[in-house]
Design a binder for this molecule. Structure first.
Ligand SMILES: C[S@@+](CC[C@H](N)C(=O)[O-])C[C@H]1O[C@@H](n2cnc3c(N)ncnc32)[C@H](O)[C@@H]1O
Length: 212
């Protein structure tokens, strides 16, 4: 993916965040890329969401960054126990336990745990095959004018292979399934009349949708 941010002075990292970046690199934890992060944080800076829902906490890196921009409350859902334990440790080290609410559950089963909250923003960054389900399940909790940000819309550049039959057929069956699901999610998002959606070639592909 080409670099579309020409300049950003917002990507400064605390020693703890540097540690998380290093941990992610060493342990193959797919945290948000810098370009996507710069865009996500810019949305938060402009929109100043009070309540953010994140699907896919991993080690808490993006939750920590999001909570710090405007002191938002971040409700974040993770199903992997190892990731969740890292996130608990990291959120506490960042002194953000009052802002960041960690929910250890499969996001497809966690609706009741957050259904009493009205969200200003939803950040979807979990299993690629389930984006449509996450979107349909949680956007009823998004207020009018609220924003949905989806990361990894390019699925590491693989989504575009849907238009290149030879390259597509060279992928494994499971990757082809993921490509099809992500491409279908692109189409659904862009067809959805209840949202204004733009898809940006930034980081691993970021979609921003605003509820009408
Ligand atoms: C890309 S990582 C999240 C990275 C994180 N947002 C960041 O940028 O720091 C995706 C995470 O979502 C979790 N995940 C995937 N599917 C999920 C689901 N259905 N419910 C909850 N967590 C899920 C994975 O275990 C993984 O830790």
């Amino acid at each position: 993916m080409k670099n579309n941010i020409l300049f950003s002075n917002s990507l400064e990292f605390s020693p703890l965040e540097e540690e998380l970046r290093e941990y992610a690199k060493l342990n193959n934890v797919p945290i948000i890329q810098d370009e996507g992060l710069a865009m996500l944080e810019m949305v938060i800076r402009l929109y100043k969401p009070k309540n953010i829902l994140e699907i896919g906490t991993a080690i808490g890196y993006s939750a920590i960054r999001m909570a710090k921009v405007c002191n938002s409350n971040v409700y974040t859902i993770e199903r992997n126990e190892l990731m969740e334990n890292e996130a608990i440790k990291n959120v506490s080290k960042a002194n953000l336990s009052n802002n960041i609410h960690l929910i250890f559950k499969d996001a497809l089963e966690a609706y009741d745990l957050v259904s009493n909250v009205e969200f200003d923003m939803i950040f979807i960054d979990a299993a690629k095959a389930q984006y449509m389900k996450f979107f349909n399940l949680y956007t009823p909790l998004l207020k009018k004018g609220g924003v949905v940000v989806c990361d990894n819309m390019a699925f590491h550049g693989l989504v575009e292979l849907i238009n290149d039959e030879k390259a597509y057929m060279e992928q494994s069956r499971s990757v082809r399934g993921l490509i099809r699901k992500m491409a279908a999610f692109h189409d659904e998002l862009l067809k959805n009349d209840d949202y204004y959606t733009s898809l940006f070639e930034v980081g691993d592909g970021i979609a921003i949708s605003v509820k009408k």
